[in-house]
Design a protein around this ligand. Structure first.
Ligand SMILES: [Zn+2]
Ligand SMILES: [Zn+2]
Length: 360
């Protein structure tokens, strides 16, 4: 083990050596500009020699710059996920409490019987679907490629897991593993959305949006009343509201604002995912396919998504609908059925020739 003095002297020598990259071949004093240019060229060369290769492009530079951000995302997002899941549970429970305490009594006391029946049935059906799909989306594994040698056809190797990657498989840096038909890592689920829980994720988004829209529309009149009542708090003399009434006003405002905001935000996200599903793409593939479309266009060719089975068939594949009755039993009722495919091998439509296929 060398002493620390030796280490410092070594570093200083190296620094001196770096600062004198070119020998003074007849160099004259009074040429600081030239000397600076030489120094600049040398540093550039030195820096490039550390990372440059023929594949270096602007993406590589950006990746290098954002490496610390990636590290934080990789190590902290998993814990964010726990907080986000807690937030979903707390906010949904608070909405439920407000609905049962304040909204439902109004419906039961003022609405005609058929409407009461409709509200009770529709509201509770939405509640069951939301809870079921959220639970399944968070607890179902998205699916991983085999970790041992197998005959599964693969399109590339994962450089991090050192295992062959089947088609549509991508590495999640937050879960630190490869995910079959990876869509994205969802912090609200604290789980990756992949082949085996994609349906649960999408159904949760749809039913949560519908639930929020239902609460927002049903509580609209109560919201207007509560808003006007809160406005009158500041009149002189202030109106006499009981503690229960004041709690009702604030709760209804909270309910309406929260459910309306979530309905808009989640509704937009759900619509985007619906478009992707109709095209037979995942969120990851959308980015890859966009690049491929551009690349092939420059070559005078047209890109065709090899996993696009037709608009209706794409939905059937995602929802696991094999018979007409499955639309009721597997889509509109809670169902734990697994997808028809294993997520490892993907059949391509016959209309495509082998020339059109590519590893994505
Ligand atoms: Zn991997
Ligand atoms: Zn993940």
């Amino acid at each position: 083990m060398r002493s620390w003095r030796w280490q410092i002297s070594r570093i200083m020598r190296l620094c001196l050596w770096w600062c004198r990259p070119c020998p003074k071949r007849g160099g004259r004093p009074g040429q600081p500009q030239k000397r600076l240019n030489e120094l600049w060229s040398y540093w550039k060369l030195l820096l490039k020699s550390l990372y440059f290769n023929s594949l270096t492009n602007s993406d590589t530079y950006l990746d290098c710059v954002f490496e610390p951000v990636y590290w934080i995302v990789d190590n902290v997002t998993r814990w964010f996920g726990v907080v986000f899941v807690g937030l979903v549970i707390v906010l949904t429970s608070s909405v439920l409490v407000i609905v049962y305490l304040f909204l439902l009594p109004v419906i039961l006391n003022t609405y005609p019987l058929p409407w009461i029946f409709w509200h009770l049935t529709y509201g509770h059906w939405l509640l069951v679907m939301v809870v079921f799909h959220y639970y399944k989306a968070t607890t179902t594994s998205p699916g991983h490629p085999p970790q041992v040698k197998s005959d599964t056809p693969s399109v590339s190797m994962c450089k991090k897991c050192i295992v062959p990657k089947p088609a549509r498989t991508h590495h999640c840096s937050i879960c630190n593993t490869c995910i079959l038909k990876m869509d994205h890592h969802c912090p609200w689920l604290n789980n990756c959305v992949g082949h085996f829980n994609h349906r649960y994720f999408f159904s949760f988004c749809v039913y949560m949006t519908m639930g929020c829209m239902y609460c927002s529309v049903t509580s609209k009149d109560m919201f207007i009343e509560a808003y006007n009542a809160i406005e009158s708090y500041y009149q002189t003399p202030p109106p006499l509201f009981s503690f229960r009434e004041r709690t009702l006003h604030k709760s209804v405002i909270f309910l309406w604002v929260l459910t309306s905001s979530v309905a808009i935000a989640l509704g937009g996200l759900t619509l985007w995912h619906a478009i992707l599903i109709t095209r037979g793409e995942t969120s990851v593939e959308r980015h890859i396919n966009k690049k491929e479309i551009r690349r092939l266009k420059e070559m005078g060719r047209v890109f065709r998504n090899p996993y696009h089975y037709g608009k209706i068939n794409n939905w059937k594949v995602l929802l696991g609908v094999e018979e007409t009755s499955h639309w009721l039993t597997r889509v509109f009722l809670p169902s734990s059925h697994t997808p028809c495919e294993d997520g490892l091998v993907w059949e391509c439509p016959q209309a495509l020739t082998s020339r059109d296929l590519m590893a994505i």
